[in-house]
Design a binder for this molecule. Structure first.
Ligand code: ADP
Ligand code: MG
Length: 276
């Protein structure tokens, strides 16, 4: 058996509970991820679903070590990185990327798209000089289906879908292995959602990416993900092949989530039609 790229065992994340902070002293901790197990094989796209507040974003951030777990193991490519200090994480940061929900707030409004894409290259001493980095930035734009003229634009000059493509391009800049995409199509209109999903599906194959795709929308997960893990209140309540979970949801919570999907069904044929 080959080891999964990412193996999570008993992962816990706790935050200080400000609402219960006493006048003197530290706030008590509240656990929002309560000991979860996940296996993410190389090349797999795992959907992480669950209602708002169930801990999806916290888990996604923990998987790329933007949050330090309070307990458990986070085994990346055979090595437990759960407790690694930041200096030790640095070289791995190129391989682990996250794309955020809202590119409006994750893209610096004062930087051109070219500068935004060149920054990670500069931080990791890649791409040669400035001219080389701009060439790579133009190549990244091309990879996500945007013209090189966008190098000189600012985020506010782009549509929501174009900004999200830039967010994807930035995540690809350092040739990562593992990408967490956190609600990246939420807030986009349905046809733009479909285009972004198709782009992600193509990039996943092209660059052999391992993906965690976070969404509260099960119809979106169905299109992209091989496996799905259902979260409720910081725990995984169901996990399995996407088709199997959708066809025969075991857990009452999953059945409820399936019933409450608000968006129209995304049919395979519908999404394929967008490929033209
Ligand atoms: N930095 C933080 N400090 C304190 N509580 C947090 C923090 N981030 C998230 N939480 C809490 O953790 C829980 C899970 O949040 P989150 O991971 O954002 O869920 P989801 O992405 O599924 O909506 C929520 O109750 C939220 O209020
Ligand atoms: Mg979230």
């Amino acid at each position: 058996m080959t080891l999964p790229l990412v193996r999570v065992r008993g992962l816990r994340v706790a935050f200080p509970d400000r609402a219960r902070k006493p006048l003197l002293g530290a706030a008590p901790m509240i656990e929002v991820v309560k000991g979860i197990d996940l296996d993410i094989p190389r090349g797999c796209a795992l959907g992480l679903v669950g209602e708002s507040g169930s801990g999806k974003t916290t888990i996604g951030r923990a998987l790329v070590r933007l949050v330090r777990p309070s307990g458990g193991e986070l085994i990346y490519d055979g090595v437990d990185i759960a407790g690694w200090p930041e200096e030790r994480m640095h070289p791995l940061r190129a391989k682990l990327q996250i794309i955020f929900q809202d590119p409006q707030s994750s893209l610096n409004p004062r930087l051109t798209i070219g500068t935004t894409l060149a920054r990670p290259l500069q931080a990791f001493g890649r791409g040669g000089g400035r001219a080389g980095r701009m060439r790579r930035a133009a190549e990244l734009l091309d990879i996500v289906g945007l013209p090189a003229t966008f190098l000189d634009r600012y985020p506010h000059e782009l549509s929501g879908g174009q900004r999200q493509r830039v967010g994807i391009a930035r995540a690809l800049a350092l040739e990562p292995e593992f990408i967490v995409a956190d609600e990246i199509v939420s807030g986009l209109d349905v046809s733009t959602q479909a285009q972004i999903l198709l782009l992600l599906r193509r990039l996943r194959e092209e660059f052999n990416l391992t993906l965690v795709f976070i969404s509260h929308d099960l119809s979106v997960v169905r299109v992209l993900c091989d496996r799905v893990a259902v979260l409720s209140a910081g725990e995984v309540v169901e996990e399995g092949d996407t088709a199997a979970v959708f066809a025969d949801p075991r857990h009452a919570y999953t059945r409820e989530l399936l019933r409450s999907v608000p968006l129209p069904e995304v049919e395979e044929g519908w999404i394929m039609a967008e490929r033209a």
